[in-house]
Design a protein around this ligand. Structure first.
Ligand SMILES: C[S@@+](CC[C@H](N)C(=O)[O-])C[C@H]1O[C@@H](n2cnc3c(N)ncnc32)[C@H](O)[C@@H]1O
Length: 215
C-alpha cells in the first residue's frame, strides 16, 4: 500500500472536533451552499463528511474525495448514515481519478485554502464537470482590509499558518482563481464565521458554472 499523499494527524483530529462544535453556526451555511443540487455530485476535500447530511434529496450520488486517512475514516462513517449513495475515495484535488464531464455539480468547501495548488485543483474540477455544470464553493479568503491582508500574506509566506492549519492559507484570492480557471461566477455572498476580525474571515459562499465558449 502506498503512503498517503496528505497526512495531518493532529490537525485532522482538531478539525473533526471543531467542525462538530461549529455545526450549530455552520449548519445553515452548509444548507445554503448545497441547496438545489441534483444528480451526480463531486465533493473535494470532504473532510469528516460534515456536508453529507446537508445535501438535498435530489442528489442521487455523491463522490467524496478525501486524501487524509483519519478524515477519510470519519467520512466513511458519515457516508453510512447519509440519505444518498456516497462513495468516499482517496485522492487529491489536483489529480482527480475521475472521468471528464462526468458530474452535474462539484463542491469545494473550506478546501481551496488548503490544496497546494488551487489553480490545478480548479482545472480538474472544470474537467470533470459537464459543460454548464455548477461549482459550489464556500471558502475563507484574503481580506479586503489592507492591514489585515498584510498580516494574512505574511502568515502564509512565512509558512506559519500552513504549518498550524494542516496546509491552510489565509490569504488566497479564491474568487479570482475560480474565474481564471474558466468558470463564470453566478452568485457570491460574503459573511463572517465567528468574530469578523478572525484571520479566517471573510468567507465567501457562491455558485459558478463551467463555461466553454472562450476555450
Ligand atoms: C479544512 S478541511 C475541510 C473539510 C470539509 N470540506 C468541511 O467542509 O468540513 C480541508 C480538507 O481538505 C483536505 N485536503 C488537504 N489537501 C488536499 C488535497 N490536495 N486535495 C483534496 N483535499 C485535500 C484535508 O485533508 C481536509 O479534510
Amino acid at each position: 500500500m502506498s503512503a498517503p499523499q496528505v497526512r495531518h494527524p493532529v490537525f485532522a483530529r482538531f478539525f473533526d472536533r471543531l467542525s462538530r462544535l461549529m455545526e450549530r453556526a455552520m449548519g445553515d451555511e452548509r444548507d445554503e451552499l448545497l441547496a438545489g443540487l441534483h444528480g451526480r455530485v463531486l465533493e473535494i476535500g470532504a473532510g469528516n463528511g460534515m456536508n453529507f447530511r446537508h445535501y438535498p434529496a435530489e442528489v442521487t450520488e455523491l463522490v467524496a474525495i478525501e486524501p487524509e486517512p483519519y478524515m477519510r475514516g470519519k467520512a466513511e462513517d458519515a457516508a453510512r448514515q447519509a440519505p444518498m449513495t456516497v462513495h468516499v475515495r482517496d485522492g487529491v484535488a489536483a489529480e482527480l481519478p475521475l472521468d471528464d464531464a462526468s458530474f452535474d455539480a462539484a463542491v469545494a468547501c473550506l478546501v481551496l485554502c488548503t490544496v497546494p495548488d488551487a489553480t490545478a485543483a480548479l482545472s480538474e474540477l472544470r474537467r470533470v464537470l459537464k459543460p454548464g455544470g455548477e461549482l459550489r464553493f464556500m471558502e475563507h479568503v484574503r481580506s479586503a482590509q489592507p492591514g489585515k491582508a498584510r498580516v494574512q500574506d505574511w502568515l502564509d509566506r512565512s509558512g506559519l499558518w500552513p504549518r498550524v492549519g494542516g496546509g491552510c492559507h489565509c490569504a488566497r484570492d479564491t474568487i479570482t482563481a475560480i474565474t481564471a480557471a474558466g468558470f463564470e461566477i453566478e452568485q457570491t455572498h460574503r459573511f463572517s464565521l465567528g468574530p469578523p476580525w478572525a484571520l479566517t474571515n471573510p468567507h465567501v459562499r457562491g455558485r459558478a458554472t463551467r463555461h466553454d465558449w472562450q476555450r
